[in-house]
Design a protein around this ligand. Sequence first.
Ligand SMILES: C[S@@+](CC[C@H](N)C(=O)[O-])C[C@H]1O[C@@H](n2cnc3c(N)ncnc32)[C@H](O)[C@@H]1O
Length: 392
Amino acid sequence: MSIGHPELIAAITSEIATSGPIPFVRFMELALYHPQFGYYMRPPESGAERIGWSGDFYTSSDVHPILGQALAKQARQLDKLLGHPDPFTVVEMGPGKGLLAKHFLSACRTQADDSFSQRLRYVLIERSPAMRDLQRANLLHGLVEPGRITWVESLADLKPGSITGLFFSNELPDAFPVHRIQVEQEQIREIYVDYDGARFVERLRPLSSPAIQDYLARLNLSLPDGYQTEVNLEAVRWMAQVSRAIDRGLAITIDYGHTAQDLYGPDRAKGTLLCYYSQMTNEDPYVRVGQQDMTAHVDFSTLATVGEEHGLHVTGFTNQMSFLMGLGVEEMVAHMDPEGPEFRAAIHLMRPEGMGRTFKVLIQHKGIAAPTLDALAFKPFFGTALAVPSAA
Ligand SMILES: C[S@@+](CC[C@H](N)C(=O)[O-])C[C@H]1O[C@@H](n2cnc3c(N)ncnc32)[C@H](O)[C@@H]1O
């Protein structure tokens, strides 16, 4: 089996040859986001796609437009709560192929008798030029006036307090590069990546950053010997930046993940790092480097805590099934044939043994009183588990 994209392998091994073994987080950054050869940064080979039914993995928006429709419905409720601002800004970060944006914008156009779609400004944040090209191809077809839709490369490009409206993402922080750690003789050590001339090999080293220890300390975790897991420091920086960008409004984060208690519990003693290639998962990040996706589950407790520290308060935490039910999925599917493929696709997003429960939704608010939202009308069955366990 190929160890990966040849030029990318050359770039990574040359960095290792110069600086010695690199922390896994750096390896993952290069594998996914090396400016020329990274998985997300290269245009796909002709006719191929990364995300989608014929790609390496599919997302909710490949299945059915109801998630985009539900988000549009929540945006309208927020618009009312905010007093119909002009502009009402929607920022979507990590839009993939742009399908969710397409579904969202199409749903906004359905009620021609109000001013919402005229006041709407849609900003897509995407670091990959190849993905931006794909998004433009999917979006600039009269869905929205060209001046009302813009792209930026980084969240840092948005001015602090520039969002009055909604910030959202679907499957973004799971795609951030993560540090990987392992407990050895009660010490937390970090996984580094070395190259032995033919393959990448792992080495345990002292932590590359004190922020990893701070992250774990914040969670009061006690991990047993041999335990391996991931620490997503980029998600911490991201949450703080999201808060800075919002003046008044909501942040909605949809992704697969858990509360810290679950993520760092005994059931996940080998961590959650997973690779996707051609709709199959594997646990080996050292094959097909740059040719397969790599992800790690999201720690929603840390997102919630960091958000609170920066004035972005938790409105609620739910799963995709309850989120869609609260936003009226029943009405959205009412016209569909219950035996037909469209109905089955829509229901696929809600399945309690699948996407309905794996995907969690964290909603946070800033600059407004805690709102009562349709998205949170149905209580998820895991209760209030976001709270970080206190020290014994
Ligand atoms: C798994 S895909 C998201 C799929 C998409 N949201 C959907 O619903 O189909 C992750 C996306 O996030 C982008 N991305 C990752 N890190 C980013 C960052 N720091 N800033 C902007 N975009 C980023 C990737 O290039 C990719 O387009």
